[in-house]
Design a protein around this ligand. Structure first.
Ligand SMILES: [Zn+2]
Length: 200
């Protein structure tokens, strides 16, 4: 069986054996075992790759292996496994090394997990949400709102005034809308996220 020595980004020597998977010398492969049980990580994976995706992730934990071997181990179709792997790759949660198998002349893709990236993704999402909430909060703070009695429209004072305080949609009467409740819940949400990001 052909054995190739190649280098991953880690700059560690790797002994490649396409049946056994990769063995990285000088490094225990811990690429997700402790992370998969974190509720936030699990939830993210469930949402992005689903139950079948979790099977693929589990079969990749603690080792590096080929798409074909994952399909064998999980009982999933090779095509399904590949789709999931490329989804993980899209999120930079998995990477692969492509090697040409000299004996058989085709390429072998050996995959590796990096679940640690889930944390970065979740942090980036929280930051985006925080920015959106803060701009919404600013908007709510700096405007006076009017709401249609029929509940189908909420507009700023300027818009309500342009329409003589009649609803632009149904011509119903528009009343002043007290947005204190909104402000409070937005502020609460902003504080909660800021705290989470500080403690992360
Ligand atoms: Zn209306």
């Amino acid at each position: 069986m052909a054995q190739t020595y190649l280098k991953l980004g880690l700059n560690l020597p790797i002994k490649f054996n396409n049946r056994e998977g990769l063995v990285i010398k000088g490094m225990g492969v811990n690429n997700g075992k402790s992370l998969i049980n974190k509720p936030a990580t699990r939830q993210f994976l469930m949402e992005s790759i689903g139950e079948e995706g979790l099977k693929v992730v589990r079969s990749l934990m603690g080792r590096e292996t080929t798409d074909e071997e994952i399909a064998e181990k999980t009982g999933l179709k090779l095509n399904t496994v590949r789709k999931i792997l490329y989804k993980l790759y899209d999120y930079r949660l998995a990477s692969y090394v492509r090697t040409k198998e000299k004996d058989i002349g085709w390429y072998i893709y050996t995959w590796k997990l990096d679940l640690g990236r889930v944390r970065d993704i979740l942090m980036a999402r929280k930051k985006t949400t925080l920015r959106e909430l803060m701009s919404r909060l600013e908007y709510e703070k700096s405007h006076i709102f009017f709401i249609c009695k029929n509940g189908d429209c909420k507009v700023t004072f300027d818009v309500a005034s342009e329409h003589n305080f009649k609803c632009p949609k149904c011509s119903g009467i528009m009343d002043y809308n007290d947005n204190q409740g909104n402000l409070l819940s937005l502020e609460g949400e902003v504080n909660r996220l800021q705290k989470e990001l500080r403690n992360a």
